[in-house]
Design a protein around this ligand. Structure first.
Ligand code: GUN
Length: 283
């Protein structure tokens, strides 16, 4: 048997369509269009590509896109002043400050300055706390996208063993919280985990978010496991995930490819979070 390959691109396209329909309905009822502000500091080439893609997708969903670009030598004070301006702007429902930020800027302080109710990235400590406490808030886009793909594939996740490899604030920790909320038995593995293959072999769900090309091997997997590969690594000009895809295919029950798996979900969920922010601010 070969694993079902999860088509994240198609799922994300469907989600973007549903968001666009929701945006049209919101705009008609509220008499204003939801707005997303994206702040880019400096000229990191990868960040420029992401920000352009976010702008295009925002406009395509019928939302207002406010793109704010600042020079690489921007001071912390100037960036905080821009965040304060966007917090106060009634036309802005969501604020995203593209990471990474230049070295002179304290990213944690900038994230903490964003109004938690406009924090569509879900990175603010208040939103991390809301997620951990089971309260409504904003959940980081990539792990929420992973959860949507898993639920679409598996339905009820209750009681399943899940292993999240990676403990970042952006993916690993919120992913673990989301799986716990679905009543999975969750293990968070990381660089100090002993005998990672044995830990992974127990899992019905494996989420790999470590940033190490093809680290998770097919013979680590429990037969039939659902494998979500968050890694995007460039090796000799080719994109590969954190999972050795070819070796995983004959063992896994389902697996996301790289590219075309988790990647397209992130922007689609960002648009969804922005629409949710608009509704919450209107109510
Ligand atoms: N840089 C890479 N991915 C992301 C993301 O999802 N949000 C932000 N703010 N920066 C990023």
């Amino acid at each position: 048997m070969s694993a079902a390959v999860i088509d994240g691109k198609a799922f994300a396209a469907g989600l973007r369509e549903r968001v666009a329909a929701g945006v049209a309905a919101f705009s008609a009822a509220a008499g204003r269009t939801p707005g997303l502000a994206v702040v880019l500091v400096g000229d990191d080439p990868a960040s420029q590509v992401y920000v352009r893609a976010k702008h295009k997708a925002t406009v395509a969903a019928g939302m207002e896109s406010f793109e704010r670009r600042l020079p690489a030598d921007t001071s912390q004070a100037d960036l905080l002043a821009l965040v304060a301006e966007l917090n106060a702007d009634p036309a802005v429902d969501g604020i995203l400050v593209q990471l990474p930020l230049p070295a002179q800027i304290d990213a944690d302080a900038v994230i903490a300055a964003i109004d938690p109710d406009k924090d569509v990235d879900g990175f603010h400590p208040v939103n991390a706390g809301r997620l951990a406490s089971g309260l409504d808030g904003f959940v980081p886009c990539t792990p929420l996208g992973c959860l949507m793909l898993l639920k679409d594939r598996l339905g009820d996740l209750s009681g399943l063993d899940a292993v999240v490899i990676g403990r970042s604030n952006i993916v690993g920790k919120p992913m673990a919280q989301l799986l716990l909320r679905e009543s999975c038995t969750v293990t968070i593995a990381h660089s100090r985990t002993r005998d990672l293959p044995a830990v992974v072999r127990r899992a019905d769900i494996v989420v790999a978010a470590v940033g190490r090309p093809e680290m998770v091997k097919g013979d680590w997997l429990k037969p039939g496991a659902a494998v979500i590969d968050v890694g995007i690594n460039r090796v000799d000009g080719k994109l590969v995930g954190d999972v050795a895809f070819e070796s995983a295919l004959p063992v896994a029950g389902a697996i996301t490819p790289v590219p075309g798996g988790v990647g397209p979900m992130t922007i689609a969920v960002l648009l969804r979070n922005t629409l949710v922010a608009a509704h919450r601010r209107a109510s």
